[in-house]
Design a protein around this ligand. Structure first.
Ligand code: ZN
Ligand code: ZN
Length: 300
């Protein structure tokens, strides 16, 4: 048991400063710190175990989930910054929305472009621009790393799905505008992942949501779908987009206007490279990614 500030013993109500050390830094469904559970003595803790066990496990699972999601979003944004495929001519704020003007130059001869740091005002805008038009890229590139981060949190084959969902872009701050002066309509099909934790609760993992002002990479599914999702969702197994990427690279799917882009090849190699880097890092630090995500503060 850890000891710190004071509370009252969960089963008997005696004032105490000793608390369950396992869920001491656990998170609630919103990703915020849970209230600690106090026990005056080992007996009280042992007696309360059947009641406390599932809450304790859920709080810890969410710690790994929220930390893992932040790590994945950071990795994906760093990847986009070096593999940016949109030619941005200008970014300006109009009526509270960020209008991103995409140049149509070179549209038919796709290539990479330097990320337009000089047009970006702050960190949030930067994330929005980095994730613009990249939601299926996130699925394809990050699937294996997602599996690695959330190992032990959910059922291995069916616990994580890839989902296409119609989402609103209008009520958020970002709109895509091309130099042809067309503003995209207010609905877009967005690709995300759904994670079902072992306690049965569903969460959305939205690594490219910043383009629609959805900054948080993970949220409870119900909250996400009721405020943001506009209709029916379509499910596929985790790794489906990665398989498509692999098929394009191996020539099983012929290269065409939508697949013949250097980004496709780059993403394919990056997805493999991420695993090699993590594996290497785990070996040289003699730890695992999952163990690190579960570390206690201040070591984390
Ligand atoms: Zn007690
Ligand atoms: Zn606990």
């Amino acid at each position: 048991m850890a000891s710190n500030s004071a509370g009252t013993c969960e089963p008997c109500g005696t004032p105490t400063s000793r608390r369950c050390s396992k869920c001491n830094e656990g998170l609630d469904a919103e990703g915020l710190s849970t209230n600690p559970t106090y026990y005056c003595a080992t007996d009280c803790q042992t007696n309360d175990r059947p009641t406390h066990r599932s809450n304790c496990q859920s709080a810890n699972a969410r710690k790994q989930l929220y930390r893992g999601a932040q790590f994945l979003q950071d990795v994906f944004c760093a990847f986009r910054e070096v593999a940016y495929d949109i030619n941005i001519a200008d970014i300006k704020e109009v009526d509270g929305k960020l209008h991103v003007c995409v140049s149509l130059k070179n549209f038919t001869a796709p290539t990479f472009f330097p990320f337009p740091n000089h047009l970006v005002r702050n960190k949030d805008d930067k994330k929005a621009i980095l994730t613009l038009l990249s939601c299926t890229d996130a699925l394809a590139t990050m699937a294996e790393l997602v599996r690695m981060c959330f190992d032990g949190l959910c059922e291995p084959t069916m616990g994580i799905s890839e989902v296409d969902a119609p989402v609103s872009t209008e009520k958020h701050h970002y709109a895509l505008r091309q130099l042809a002066d067309e503003i995209e309509d207010s609905e877009s099909t967005h690709s995300i992942m759904q994670i079902t934790l072992i306690d049965g609760r569903n969460y959305v993992l939205d690594l490219a949501g910043a383009q629609y002002a959805q900054w948080r990479p993970v949220r409870p599914w119900d909250e996400w779908s009721s405020t943001y999702c506009l209709g029916e969702t379509h499910y596929a197994l985790l790794g489906s987009e990665a398989k498509r990427l692999e098929a394009i690279n191996s020539g099983t799917i012929p290269r065409g206007p939508n697949t013949d882009h250097p980004l496709t090849t780059f993403e394919f190699h990056a997805s493999k490279l991420f695993l090699i880097i993590v594996d290497d890092w785990e070996k040289s630090n003699n730890t695992s990614l999952v163990a690190t995500l579960n570390k206690k503060l201040p070591e984390y």
